[in-house]
Design a protein around this ligand. Sequence first.
Ligand code: PLP
Length: 453
Amino acid sequence: MPEPADLLARGSTGVGTGVVERDRGLVWHPYAPLDGTPPYAVTAARGVRLELTAPDGTRFEAVDAMASWWCAVHGYRHPHLDAAAHAQVDRFSHVMFGGLTHEPAVTLAERLTALAPGPMAHVFFADSGSVSVEVALKLSLQYQAASGRPGRQRFLTVRGGYHGDTFAAMSVCDPVDGMHSAFPGVLARHVFAPRPPQARHDAVSGAWQSDAAALDAWEAQFRALAREHADELAAVVVEPVLQGAGGMHVYDPRCLRVMRQVADEHGLLLVADEIATGFGRTGRLFASEWAEVAPDVICVGKALTGGYLTLAAVLMTDAVGATVTRSQFRALLHGPTFMANPLACAVAAASLDLVEATWHHDVPRIERRLADGLAPARDLAAVRDVRTLGAVGVVQLDRPVDVPAVTRAALERGVWVRPFRDLVYTMPPYVSTDADVDTITRAVVGAVAQVHG
Ligand SMILES: Cc1ncc(COP(=O)(O)O)c(C=O)c1O
């Protein structure tokens, strides 16, 4: 058995001894081949900054324009979150949730139900966003079966969505741009309405601009599809107002109101996937609030723990919970080992303290700064569109982004970005100062100009 001191010594070797070389061919990275572009190594993270070492050994200090994929809204090593984590480690880090409960889970559930839009009454904790979507879909099927409609086993959603990488979640992702073609015959076939037409939100006036005729046409198609398939549908599943990984697509809140009405007309649940949009990111605490819509079921994750630990939750109304409780099974048929992990719940509650204290001034501040700072990208020949919603800024090119080149060019300007498809985008931590946001926008515009002209 190695002595603890040996383990510490081994653990501390880190990047200096070539973590990137040791990583290559050993560790899979998201959607990347084993022999793909080598990753950058993170040697430290504090506030909004990452310390990175490039595969060629160059060191960078970079503002994290991605907030670690929407999560690290308060930045890294935040004293309030660190304190919550330490305090909970000193009590207990994990216990099973079957037959047991604990203060961190109950406190977090109380706070989430109080904060979320609509009368949310119950919480099911899951261990990642995708799993929470699985649970929400399962819950919808159980709800319909318990309501005497066991034949309702399909979901109505819109094209362009992204809901995660597990099988049921994948099945409601965009059928073309998602991973349907990689798993032919395995993914359930659901009902896809057209993507809601693109809208713009003006950062200064707060007004929404959209094409009324396109909206009318979309509404008619959505209503017709729902009518046609009503008897087989369990729920409408959607990312409210902002579709994230499916293309950073902003749509008019009116579409969400239509979905709410359609769900009510046909006895469907409305499942709002707020995993990316929740906790202030779009300029409302939850994006459903843009439409003043109360979903039946809400999935949250990502920023829930401020990016410290993996945790997600499914919130539901009393009516949904009561119906499932009256069913043959009485239970929601799910129970992950790490359900309601106490450490994650304790940090999440601390993160909510910060979200509640900060989002309503930081997000509009960042939105205005992003809108101003990214505007010059409109003059670049390769840029098709520039848009912002809340603390999200998007530069869309007329071609696929050269990801390694843009990443490196942004790093040389002090910023970490992770473009995908034709998009260079940012969702900075809420703690980013005005100067940090300016650093981000200058780097995004500069990197796009340098690489794509
Ligand atoms: C809207 C949305 N739903 C679900 C997921 C899946 O969450 P996770 O990656 O935690 O499984 C994501 C992740 O990007 C997402 O953006």
